[in-house]
Design a protein around this ligand. Structure first.
Ligand SMILES: *Cc1c(COP(=O)(O)O)cnc(C)c1O
Length: 410
């Protein structure tokens, strides 16, 4: 599968910036590991510089710190681990007994890694309370306050509120400022999963869409998504750097008689041996600059907005929700009036997607919205043009009609 093809519009795989590819060759050749200062002084300084840069873009303040991770999944897990350890310590008795009764609030459109993290952390799947969303698929703040109030009355405690800045399906951005206030009032950690939406931090025109992110306790940013970096390149940013103490476990062999003031990245990471992924972003920023990256991300958002209009104007296609970032969720409707069999139309979405995939003309994704199968364009490639989108939609309709007709014939 060639993600750089302008008609690849399926998953959240970004085309990569060329300077990062050059840096990747260097990263792999020198094979630096980031775990101790004595083997990675230059790499550590570069990583810390980029963490500072990203934390400043997010407005997290002077005490902020962070660490590069393998991806958004690991960043989300680490954020919730830190939130969990803060919540249960100091405490008495063995840890497992102290994990009961904590709740994590996230929208029902949040990334599945939030629920999986709760499972890994011994909190259980039910610890994550799925909060309903509005018609734009943003977390409903009133529903959040209600859920938190009802849980508190039952003796349950708020561990964290997780806001998503750019949901995987709809690109929706939860109301960050309101959710920060709700988290504060309830003593909960406020985590923002900006794995996808982090590109807005560098956007020359849309940075204000992330207003409120500066109030986060922690932020997930995936540079291997909207900063056009090769996999993996991601970071967890933390507003109070001292909170990394919640996960520190001192290993003597990694810190031989080290000056306590020298940087120590391993104490902030879930990993030990860790790639020097920061170099890729460093070289990209040094050669292209942040504004160029933000502008490229903006271009994909402009294209997605136009793609949404095209879907609305195309016979047999129905848009599922307003376009927010770079995704366009829609359905192929063969016609036949309101009596048309819903299950058959659901099956048709998957059948036409398979047919299109096999043809090699384009690739689109599929997802389920309110129980109904839909198709999805994820537009991430600055080289994809409006003409490409027109061609993709034309192919969707053509394959959809062909599949529908062949089924009638059968
Ligand atoms: C992609 C994504 C993740 C997971 O990040 P990985 O880098 O794939 O581990 C988490 N949250 C959101 C909103 C995402 O889009």
């Amino acid at each position: 599968m060639y993600f750089h093809h302008p008609r690849y519009a399926a998953h959240l795989n970004y085309p990569v910036a060329l300077p990062a590819v050059a840096a990747e060759a260097l990263v792999t050749s020198i094979n630096t590991s980031m775990d101790t200062w004595d083997q990675s002084a230059g790499a550590t300084l570069i990583e810390r510089r980029l963490v500072r840069w990203a934390a400043d873009l997010a407005g997290l303040g002077a005490a902020a710190d962070g660490i590069f991770t393998s991806g958004g999944t690991q960043s989300n897990l680490q954020a919730l681990l830190m939130a969990r350890n803060r919540a249960v310590s100091p405490g008495t008795g063995p840890l497992p007994g102290r994990l009961a009764g904590w709740r994590i609030y996230a929208s029902q459109d949040s990334h599945f890694s939030i629920v999986r993290s709760a499972v890994h952390l011994g909190l259980g799947e039910d610890a994550v309370v799925p909060i309903p969303v509005d018609r734009n698929h943003r977390m409903d703040q009133v529903a959040l306050e209600r859920a938190m109030g009802e849980d508190a009355a039952r003796g349950l405690r708020a561990l964290a509120v997780v806001a998503t800045a750019g949901t995987t399906d709809f690109g929706s951005i939860d109301p960050l400022d309101d959710l920060a206030s709700a988290a504060r009032r309830n003593g909960a950690w406020f985590h923002v999963d900006a794995a996808y939406g982090c590109g807005l931090l560098a956007s020359p025109t849309r940075r204000h869409w992330l207003a409120g992110i500066e109030r986060a306790d922690s932020v997930t940013v995936d540079f291997h998504k909207s900063f056009f970096q090769p996999i993996g390149s991601s970071a967890l940013l933390v507003a109070e750097g001292s909170r990394f103490a919640h996960i520190t476990h001192h290993a003597d062999y990694l810190n031989p008689d080290q000056d306590p003031d020298s940087p120590n990245q391993v104490d902030k990471s879930l990993q030990t041996t860790r790639r020097f992924d920061a170099l890729k972003l460093w070289v990209t920023l040094r050669s292209l600059g942040s504004d160029v990256l933000g502008g490229l991300f903006d271009a994909t958002l402009d294209l997605a907005a136009e793609a949404g209009r095209l879907v609305e104007d195309t016979e047999h296609l129905a848009l599922a929700a307003p376009v927010q970032l770079g995704t366009v969720v829609f359905r192929f409707e063969p016609g036949g009036g309101p009596g048309a069999d819903g299950v058959a139309v659901d099956r048709l979405q998957d059948a036409l997607r398979r047919s299109l995939y096999r043809s090699g003309e384009a690739m689109v994704a599929a997802t389920t919205v309110a129980g109904r199968r839909h198709l999805k364009l994820t537009l991430l490639n600055p080289r994809t043009t409006v003409a490409d989108v027109e061609a993709i939609l034309e192919a969707v309709v053509r394959h959809g009609r062909a599949v529908a007709e062949s089924e009638v014939a059968a």
